[in-house]
Design a protein around this ligand. Structure first.
Ligand code: S3P
Length: 451
């Protein structure tokens, strides 16, 4: 499944207060990893709460092409039958990864140490994104790559029959790069070491340990995480419960904060410390946001998040917090538009290489809706509203989070907001519109809008 469906313009408008209790679909990062590790483990893994979005279904399709048996049960759970490390078969056709950066980068890691050839393709968004960041360490491990200029998709990779373990210092704060090297290390003899100077989401490490991998994490004096994985140790099948995705929860949460009179609960949200930077930032902005029912399942913390409409104030979000909220800046910019004073966001260089150049896409969307802001190379400053806002049409550039962020804007702005293509939301949050509607928000196909 590739994200090539015709564009579906959507329009959101201000309406009643948002009320109710909802659960967002499973975490995207954990869902990809559960299917991949299940496919490499010996035996049958069970996954509940899997995110059934285009990106994750592309990983299911990819792992099937490599020989795993993956099925959805009648009760909505998924079973994954793996055949053990080193078991990947050569796919008969190119693997089309659609819009899914995480999926393809992690799959490159797996493919990079199996002596088989894989060709990966993707949609226009994914074909613009840099793959060199994962190909560089995989080449050091012995993989051969045929790629067009700039290491972009489409590309082909052939893993070495005798991969070499490496010690790799991750040059950019990226969980995808870290994870690709660790997954490559699974089928590599000896110890693969990843040094991560700035901590990023650690779902790969946690899940690898859960599946029985020999993995250790040490923090050095400079605060860098040193992750050591001993390769060629079989993984054993597990049961994985996928908690709700905090990056998806961000949209109804911010909608409730900015729509007057709102009060909602988002249940069962993942609270991994490397993912909760947005919630801390919102609390600093004065949000009435509380978390309870905190518990742990499958090595991850989750809880219920309660939010009420709040008078927000602008804050400075420091660069070091960026990895823990990297996907949340588009929607934080919307919250900032409703805050008093200015919100300064620093350390945003990685936003340039997401599903779109998110810094440019957010700035253009703010401009289209009359929101004063200033975008630098790696900073964004948003001024809280001083006059009427909304009324613009936003170009989504095949980026689900740009689409959802600006639909949230329209729920609280003076005039409706249109996004040029809402179909791309299906890559990560297929129930977004239903959940906003269940809470009382108004999002229509643009053709249906009232005059
Ligand atoms: C992800 C890592 C992040 C994030 C992406 C999911 C992951 O990307 O933006 O949505 O699951 O590892 P980077 O590793 O490029 O920062």
């Amino acid at each position: 499944m590739s994200h090539t469906s015709p564009p579906v313009p959507l329009t959101s408008r201000a309406g009643a207060a948002l009320k109710g209790r909802v659960a967002v679909p499973g975490d995207k990062s954990i869902s990809h990893r559960a299917l991949m590790l299940g496919s490499l483990a010996i035996g049958r893994s069970h996954v509940t709460g899997l995110l059934e979005s285009e990106d994750v279904l592309n990983t299911a399709k990819a792992m099937r092409a490599y020989g795993a048996r993956i099925a959805r049960d009648d009760d909505g759970g998924w079973t994954v039958d793996g055949a053990g490390l080193g078991s990947l078969l050569e796919p008969e056709e190119a693997i089309d990864y659609g819009n899914a950066g995480t999926g393809v980068r992690l799959a490159l890691g797996l493919a990079g140490t199996h002596p088989i050839a894989t060709t990966f393709t993707g949609d226009a968004s994914l074909s613009r994104r840099p793959m060199g960041r994962v190909l560089e360490p995989l080449r050091l491990m012995g993989a051969e790559v045929v790629a067009r200029a700039g290491d972009r998709l489409p590309l082909s990779i052939r893993g070495s029959a005798a991969p070499a373990p490496i010690t790799y210092r991750v040059p950019v704060p990226s969980a995808q790069v870290k994870s690709a090297v660790l997954l490559a290390g699974l089928n590599t003899p000896g110890v693969t070491t990843v040094i991560e100077p700035i901590a990023t989401r650690d779902h790969t490490e946690r899940m690898l340990s859960g599946f029985g991998a020999e993995l250790s994490v040490e923090v050095d004096d400079a605060g860098a995480r040193i992750i050591r994985l001993t390769g060629q140790r079989e993984l054993s099948a597990q049961t994985v419960q996928v908690p709700g995705d905090p990056s998806s929860a961000a949209f109804p949460i911010i909608a409730a904060l900015i729509v007057p009179g709102s009060e909602i609960t988002v249940a069962d949200v993942l609270l991994n410390e490397h993912r909760t930077g947005l919630f801390l930032t919102l609390q600093e902005m004065g949000a009435d946001l509380t978390i309870d029912n905190i518990r742990e399942t499958g090595g991850e913390r989750l809880g219920d998040i309660h939010v009420r409409h709040s008078a927000l104030k602008g804050v400075t979000v420091p660069a070091e917090r960026a990895p823990s909220m990297i996907d949340e800046y588009p929607v934080l910019a919307i919250a900032a538009a409703f805050a008093s004073g200015r919100t300064v966001m620093q350390g945003l260089e990685e936003l340039r290489v997401k599903e779109s150049d998110r810094l440019a896409a957010v700035a253009a969307g703010l401009a289209a809706n009359g929101i004063a802001h200033e975008a630098g190379e790696d900073t964004l400053v948003v001024e809280g509203r001083s006059g009427q806002i909304g009324g613009g049409t936003v170009t989504t550039h095949l980026d689900h989070r740009i689409a959802m962020a600006f639909l949230v804007l329209g729920l609280a702005s003076d005039r409706p907001v249109t996004v040029d293509d809402g179909s791309v939301i299906a890559t990560s949050f297929p129930t977004f519109q239903d959940i906003i509607r269940d809470l009382g928000g108004v999002i229509d196909a643009s053709g249906e809008q009232a005059a």
